[in-house]
Design a protein around this ligand. Structure first.
Ligand SMILES: O=C(O)c1ccc[n+]([C@@H]2O[C@H](COP(=O)([O-])O)[C@@H](O)[C@H]2O)c1
Ligand SMILES: Cc1cc2nc[nH]c2cc1C
Length: 343
């Protein structure tokens, strides 16, 4: 696929997204009506099958090729003391992912998914977003491109995740910039800040919003100035998934904030994504509500690295198994509702 040569070229691509295959969803509904259950009784599981069909563009969706993409990046804003952990942990955790020792390795195995970790220039942290734009345009577009090129055609379901010490500060700044309100309300404890740390992080995010106030009306400039390389890559991957007909499970706060610009650039820009879970980071619930996303799971997770997205995969497998494997009323010899209803 061609490179994004400018922010304007990226903006054009974000504004020209293919829509869903409504006929595929309709075919799912027709089959569902024949299956041995009261109509609608599998609730969201039924909706999920229709959604998979719409974006895979086929009446009988598949989940053979499930991939988890975890993008990693480093953040200059860590110098402000916004995370309890040092920036070195980002690369160390990438090594841990490669060695199979992280939570996401175990969850990917449970989900029957292939895990791919994509470090995005870890040796070049972004600039401190409270002092300067996090990235210049070339670096931002490069990171978007990395994400865009990482999505493989033919993937049945893509789980997006990230790793980056300091990136809940970027997520909060992005969410505040895109959605408005008191910047402090978008800030949480991330990996575990204490009360004083939280107050300091709120001040850093408020300062960042103030510094970049001139670009707050432009979602892509917001992503460049207040985001990070792994967040830009997530945005690129979300765009590529839409273009390639790949449904997406979104992970936590960082993931959702990273792709939020797409919702601001195109109506229904995130409709090929389903929010896998709502994280314990309070801004996530707020952002999900603002974007009209309903999480499948609410488990108090605050890990990132795609963990919540991986956990939702078995739910989708269950939904498909019912859809593909259940007998119809006719085949099983089960009576439908009585013609006159109960007396
Ligand atoms: O996405 C979330 O909801 C989330 C909430 C809390 C922590 N994280 C993860 O923790 C890291 C960022 O935390 P912090 O405190 O360094 O900003 C980063 O690697 C994220 O994957 C992620
Ligand atoms: C140890 C550790 C693991 C992580 N995984 C995702 N973010 C993380 C942050 C830390 C600090």
């Amino acid at each position: 696929m061609s490179r994004f040569v400018s922010i304007e070229a990226l903006r054009l691509a974000c504004g020209a997204l293919p829509g869903p295959d409504h006929a595929a969803t309709a075919a799912v509904a027709v089959r569902q009506a024949t299956l041995t259950k009261p109509p609608g009784s599998l609730g969201t599981l039924e909706t999920l099958v229709g959604w998979l069909a719409a974006w895979q563009r086929r009446p009988m969706p598949q989940m053979e090729r499930v991939e988890i993409l975890v993008f990693a990046g480093n953040h200059g804003v860590v110098a402000q003391g916004v995370s309890p952990y040092p920036a070195s942990v980002t690369a160390q955790m990438v090594a841990n992912f490669s060695a199979g020792g992280a939570a996401i390795n175990q969850l990917a195995a449970v989900a029957g998914a292939v895990l791919r970790v994509v470090p995005v220039s870890l040796d070049r942290p972004t600039d401190d977003l409270s002092q300067a734009p996090a990235m210049d345009e070339a670096n931002f577009l490069d990171a978007v491109q990395v994400g865009h090129a990482s999505v493989r055609p033919g993937t049945d379901l893509l789980c997006l995740g990230e790793m980056g010490i300091g990136n809940t500060t970027a997520a909060a700044a992005l969410a505040a910039a895109l959605q408005g309100g008191d910047p402090g309300d978008w800030v949480g404890r991330g990996t575990g800040l204490d009360d004083a740390g939280l107050r300091h992080k709120q001040a850093v995010v408020a300062a960042a919003l103030q510094r970049h106030r001139a670009v707050l009306g432009d979602p892509l400039q917001v992503a460049r100035c207040l985001g990070g390389r792994e967040l830009a890559a997530l945005l690129g991957a979300m765009l590529a998934a839409r273009q390639l007909g790949v449904p997406v499970l979104l992970d936590g706060y960082v993931c959702t904030a990273a792709v939020a610009p797409l919702a601001h650039l195109a109506a229904g820009g995130l409709s090929h994504g389903w929010l896998a879970h709502v994280s314990a980071e309070p801004g996530h619930r707020r952002l999900a509500a603002a974007l009209g996303l309903s999480p499948l799971l609410d488990l108090g997770l605050r890990l990132g690295e795609g963990s919540g997205a991986a956990l939702a995969v078995p739910l989708l497998r269950a939904a498909l198994a019912c859809h593909a494997g259940m007998a119809s009323f006719a085949d099983a010899g089960v009576d439908g509702p009585a013609a006159n209803g109960p007396r």
